[in-house]
Write a protein that binds this ligand. Sequence first.
Ligand SMILES: *[C@@H]1O[C@H](CO)[C@@H](O)[C@H](O)[C@H]1NC(C)=O
Ligand SMILES: *[C@@H]1O[C@H](CO)[C@@H](O)[C@H](O)[C@H]1NC(C)=O
Ligand SMILES: *[C@@H]1O[C@H](CO)[C@@H](O)[C@H](O)[C@H]1NC(C)=O
Length: 169
Amino acid sequence: MLDIMVAVLSSLLTICIILSFSLPSDTQNINAFMEKHIVKEGAETNCNQTIKDRNIRFKNNCKFRNTFIHDTNGKKVKEMCAGIVKSTFVISKELLPLTDCLLMGRTARPPNCAYNQTRTTGVINITCENNYPVHFAGYKSSFCASYSPCALIVITVFLLSQLLLPAMR
Ligand SMILES: *[C@@H]1O[C@H](CO)[C@@H](O)[C@H](O)[C@H]1NC(C)=O
Ligand SMILES: *[C@@H]1O[C@H](CO)[C@@H](O)[C@H](O)[C@H]1NC(C)=O
Ligand SMILES: *[C@@H]1O[C@H](CO)[C@@H](O)[C@H](O)[C@H]1NC(C)=O
């Protein structure tokens, strides 16, 4: 019984630890943020086409990575930033639908940048300033991405083990 609990706990912890943050971008105002990171909710986004159409690049090179948030008119990201004046990192309270674009070849030059894309969901980390999102700092995609549910699961398993163990003996 204890062995099982330990196994469950350690696998939960492993899931919590396997969290990945994407690379930061260099956005600095709301318009640039919308252009680089916001697409319609529910719609398919083609990275190749959207990045070309919006002329998203890194200096004169293809941008290595760009993440699109499916959030029509940036409604949710603007809600995240409401009331925040001083530059602050804000984490979303829920998982948001994302399309993550990763450059395929390093030799291509804009506008011919080819991307490998992934649909995912993630807890996003953005910088808010003067009530608006201005910078995308990354996202975490995992079952335990938003920490609190993860902590809750661990605590629940621990409490259950305390309740069940004496009964099993
Ligand atoms: C993006 O472009 C590359 C290279 O042309 C192609 O292999 C890939 O399938 C394209 N991706 C999509 C989603 O169209
Ligand atoms: C695209 O990404 C997927 C998932 O990360 C990977 O399995 C695949 O090999 C990649 N394809 C290319 C052409 O890089
Ligand atoms: C959000 O991103 C910033 C910049 O990378 C980082 O310093 C901060 O720790 C991140 N916030 C969380 C909760 O991970």
